[in-house]
Design a protein around this ligand. Sequence first.
Ligand code: NAP
Length: 281
Amino acid sequence: MPALILDGKALAQQYEQELSARVAALKEKNGGQTPILATILVGDDPASATYVRMKGNACRRVGMDSLQVEMPAGTTTGELLARIAELNHNPNVHGILLQHPVPAQIDERACFDAIDLGKDVDGVTCLGFGRMSMGEPAYGCATPKGIMRLLQAHDIRLEGRHAVVVGRSPILGKPMAMMLLNANATVTICHSRTQNLPLLVQQADIIVAAVGRPEFIRAEWIKDGAVVVDAGYHPGGIGDIELAPLIERVAAYTPVPGGVGPMTINTLIYQSVEAGEKKLA
Ligand code: NAP
């Protein structure tokens, strides 16, 4: 049987229609007021600027407003914290996205953690991570939550299966592992000090790659019938997994591009609409 394509682009488009209807209903009830996502871009990294622009565009597609904050590359931690505090106190802002990574002189963790929990629609605070891990209400970190929504929409069974996550970053691998654990998968987390990675990857019913190195995970390591999720994206449209030889023999896979990326943005918007509904509905 041909592998199921976990088409994040198509699913995000479908979900955008549902979100547009929810935003329209909110506007109707609130004299035209929409949920507002504040995006903060610090510095002039072109990739980060593109991601922020894409997020603003997605807001507009569902009829939401975004407030774009741009700060210079030399911004200090104190200046960024002050800006986040202002946005926390602004009743018209429902969600806050601080684009990662920020310039090296800034304490990124302190700035993430300064975001009000109710506005942490990108799911980056320690408190949000802890609550999510404990199964308490919190917005999930956008990329792993987007992956979970993609798997759920395609009825991929997780319970009792062995999920191997390669990568343990605070915004991807680590929350991914906790979400899979909460869905009753048996989870192995791999990282740069892991020994004998191919042997661990071979055991995966579900493999999630979040490494940031092109085609680092080789097709020959992955067993037949696995579910393949690739968060990586590199020039030339390749991911962290060598995908081409797998297409004929795995159960399902995320295309690169068009798999995880669109679901990340969609999840940010979805959680911003939820935050808006809590304040406006
Ligand atoms: P990151 O912060 O650089 O983390 C990379 C992880 O890979 C680290 O945990 C690192 O281990 C691990 N790693 C590095 N070399 C390894 C090796 N030789 N063997 C096993 N593990 C190794 O990256 P990230 O932010 O999590 O992003 C990962 C990938 O996802 C990137 O390609 C990024 O572009 C992509 N991404 C996509 C989206 C999206 O929306 N599609 C969003 C975010 C990120 P240590 O912890 O030991 O250093």
